[in-house]
Design a protein around this ligand. Structure first.
Ligand SMILES: NC(=O)c1ccc[n+]([C@@H]2O[C@H](COP(=O)([O-])OP(=O)(O)OC[C@H]3O[C@@H](n4cnc5c(N)ncnc54)[C@H](O)[C@@H]3O)[C@@H](O)[C@H]2O)c1
Length: 427
């Protein structure tokens, strides 16, 4: 084992960058590598290219403790190499392992005996052995003999102040026990959270996909209930809150206008496709994806109905879209359902006024007040704190006819005596 407390982090995004900062804080020299020139330039200038608030880890970037480069040669002398590149899906929902393959190829060029290579990207069971290992072994070195190979899926939840990269418990799997143990020791040194050793790489890979599929399925269940209860005039949120009084065997999930982010709407496809290649069809996962993918259309249907009630059609109507980020109080817009809602509304000729305080460069309205002034109808696509503060009086003052609350974040009861129609998702 090389021992020099240098870690190379490949991919400096939402996963790699906080990790790089944490390693630096724990006394490791960090060699950051990315293919994005702007990301590299920004980090080397001491400016975080993305928001890294929890634990004030961004301080390590300000202090220029993280070195970033495009060239992989800097990994040659690192004790540990961690790959944190994206694992997206194509437009037809097929896994794209291109970034994992290309990062592994670049690592292979400089791989040395005694190094630990960890894949942190979310992948389906089998990728470390079937895809990463053969590429790394093109170096002439053998995994588990000449270098250690492990998988430690990241569980970071951007914007979550309580659970951060520092304290979230982790699992690791290795190509053999030694690799798993070396990886466990490394993570135990940098993290405050517990690290559990899985019996294999495949098990560690499966843990992450199962976690995110579990969430996707539970969200799909309440999204389906929202559509059913909408027809039966039952408030799904009240029902979930009622069911939550059961102190065991119920876990509250809430419906919304769609599922976004780089993980939940993406990861299940990795399992679906890998299982298909092994001759198994995941009906349950596929259905959950279909239900959740349908929610932006359901939301637009609610807008159509709300406007119909006012003898208006979507065509030519001024509709305010509040929020582009996929979740509250952050700027990450990846896979955000807001975009599909916008596309669907544009197709039928709506005049859109879009505002997200965290994504100003994609907003065409200058402020929340600007949207209120220009719109006849509102859609809340993200439950940013700024939008949650909207009152019935704010809407009445601006002659808003209807609000479709895609995140069920406004006080529905406060609309009872108002002329403004309130329509939530399943309430
Ligand atoms: N974002 C999350 O909340 C989150 C949480 C847990 C797990 N994950 C998983 O972690 C992985 C990374 O996600 P992310 O959100 O950090 O992605 P990201 O897009 O924010 O960052 C990835 C970085 O990798 C760089 N990159 C792409 N290809 C590269 C290559 N060949 N060599 C070097 N750098 C390369 C990109 O330029 C980018 O800066 C994904 O598998 C994702 O599913 C993400």
């Amino acid at each position: 084992m090389i021992e020099n407390k240098t870690v190379a982090i490949v991919g400096l995004g939402y996963v790699g960058l906080p990790l790089a900062c944490l390693c630096s804080r724990k006394g490791w020299q960090v060699e950051g590598i990315d293919i994005n020139k702007e990301t590299i330039a920004s980090i080397n200038k001491g400016v975080a290219p993305i928001a890294i608030e929890p634990g004030h880890l961004g301080e390590e970037i300000k202090k220029k403790k993280i070195k970033a480069a495009e060239d992989f040669k800097n990994i040659a002398d690192a004790q540990v190499i961690i790959i944190c590149v994206p694992t997206p899906v194509s437009d037809s929902y097929l896994p794209n392992l291109g970034p994992v393959k290309s990062a592994s190829q670049s690592v292979a060029k400089y791989l040395k005996k005694g190094q630990l290579v960890v894949l942190e990207s979310t992948v389906n069971p089998g990728v470390s052995i079937e895809v990463v290992k053969p590429i790394l072994e093109e170096s002439g070195l053998k995994a588990g003999k000449d270098f250690h190979l492990a998988h430690c899926p990241e569980r970071i939840d951007p914007g979550n102040e309580k659970w951060t990269v520092i304290n979230i418990p982790r699992v690791v799997g290795g190509i053999n026990k030694t690799s798993a143990k070396v990886a466990k020791d490394f993570y135990e040194e940098i993290l405050e959270g517990k690290v559990m050793m899985m019996k294999s790489l495949k098990e560690a890979e499966a843990v992450k996909i199962v976690e995110n599929s579990f969430r996707d399925i539970n969200i799909a269940f309440v999204n389906e209930l929202a559509q059913s209860f909408n027809k039966m005039d039952i408030d799904i949120v009240d029902v979930i809150n009622g069911a939550s009084t059961k102190p065991f065997s119920f876990l509250a999930h809430y419906p919304s206008c769609g599922v976004g982010g780089h993980c939940i709407p993406v990861d299940p496809y990795y399992l679906i496709e890998r299982a298909k290649a092994s001759g198994f069809t995941h009906e349950f996962l596929r259905l959950a994806r279909e239900i959740n993918n349908y929610m932006p259309t359901f939301t637009v249907d609610l807008i159509t109905q709300a406007l119909n009630d006012h003898q208006k059609s979507i065509k030519g109507t001024n509709i305010g879209i509040l929020g582009l980020a996929y979740k509250k109080n952050i700027s990450d817009t990846r896979e955000s359902p807001a975009y599909e809602i916008i596309d669907l509304l544009k197709k039928v000729g709506a005049e859109l006024h879009i505002y997200d305080p965290y994504v100003k460069d994609e907003s065409n309205a200058s402020s929340l007040a600007d949207v209120l002034k220009k719109s006849d109808c509102l859609v809340i696509a993200t439950d940013h704190d700024e939008f949650k503060g909207l009152s019935v009086a704010d809407l009445e003052k601006n002659n808003i006819l209807a609000v479709v609350d895609g995140k069920n974040c406004l006080d529905k009861d406060s609309f009872a005596k108002s002329k403004v129609d309130y329509q939530g998702i399943g309430r």
